[in-house]
Design a protein around this ligand. Sequence first.
Ligand code: PMP
Ligand code: GLN
Length: 389
Amino acid sequence: LTNPDGSIGETIYGQMTKFAAEVGAVNLGQGAPGTEPPDELIAATEEAMRAGFNQYAPGQGYPQLLEAVGAQRGRDFGQHVDPDEVLYTAGATEGLTAAILALLPPGGSLVAFEPFYDSYPAAIAAAGGTLHTVPILPDGRGDFAPDWETFDRVIAEVDPAIILVNTPHNPTGFIFSAADLARIGRAAEAVDAWVLSDEVYEQLVLTDLGHVPPAVAIEDSARVVTVSSAGKSWNTTGWKIGWVIASPEVRQAIQTVKQFLSFTAGGPMQIGMADMLDGDSQFVAENRASLRARAEVLVPACRSVPGAEVSTPRAGYFTVVDFSALTDRDAFELNELLAREFSLVGIPVPALCRQGSPAYEAYRSSIRYSFCKSVADVDKGAQLFNALG
Ligand code: PMP
Ligand code: GLN
């Protein structure tokens, strides 16, 4: 949960962004890109605004976007998706919340991997359900692994209505393999649970490992609900163009909830983004290469700090640095100290865990740093780490 005392207050991302500005530190916290979307996307969106797409869009989203999302999933992942199975949402955040509100009964259980994106516990609380977690832990070689023994035990114990998987995973960059996902699918089938899949980093795999959507790896794909968004791939986190993919009946149930959250949003951006998802743009490939280059600046700089354990980001925006060999301080104290003395702010990883859980303890002194920031900020951050070293 967001606050160390377990309450839900302002998100850790909002808090850390303010804190960095207050102390004048380099902000490698919030995963908000420091680079811009492509001109062609801005032009297509402007054209949509001038063409009159300025009022309420249809509740399901504009047909152009629903079709484009289906085509993109087919092209990139071999997932067959009909437009009838797609719902526009105001970012992945709204898609996740609407899906949880629609599919988690009051008193029901949801199992998620930990650390987790901070909107999950808030949505589960709003649904009147309970969150149970399975840690994804450092393997000691710069990578991570889910604790499968705990997974099997927790699923058997809590009989969840939903298993939530985030692949590629924030903050570790861990990519679930097809075999991992098939295992999750079998577990879901055994207890008749939905698999809710958060794939916002689907396009940002930085290594040769491919992203496999759970809806492709899991045999009974009708139980999979996919959530993704354009924000991370297209540097448009402020536009909130996201989507849910589910069977028509489940899509309709989620849409029924969604209509009373935002009703609809982002009309002209839906049209602009639909234009980009046709596969002609090179932008996402360039963005991936640029992120890889920024990671290659930041990660070695973090590794220059003797004793710091630095993760190799396989996907996404982040590297996780474990300072526990260097200090007894927890990540909250350490982040504050590094901000005040070295002008550097990240996100304490325990803020993405449940207080006192095995993951919370494992990441007690770990801080997440974002390399999606501007080249100048990533360079500044790297210089500060080199100076620390
Ligand atoms: N899930 C994860 C794992 C995230 O890191 C984020 C942050 N962007 C989201 C969901 C929310 O995505 P959106 O901005 O599209 O709401
Ligand atoms: N998803 C982004 C991150 O993990 C932040 C989103 C937010 O600020 N709510 O940093």
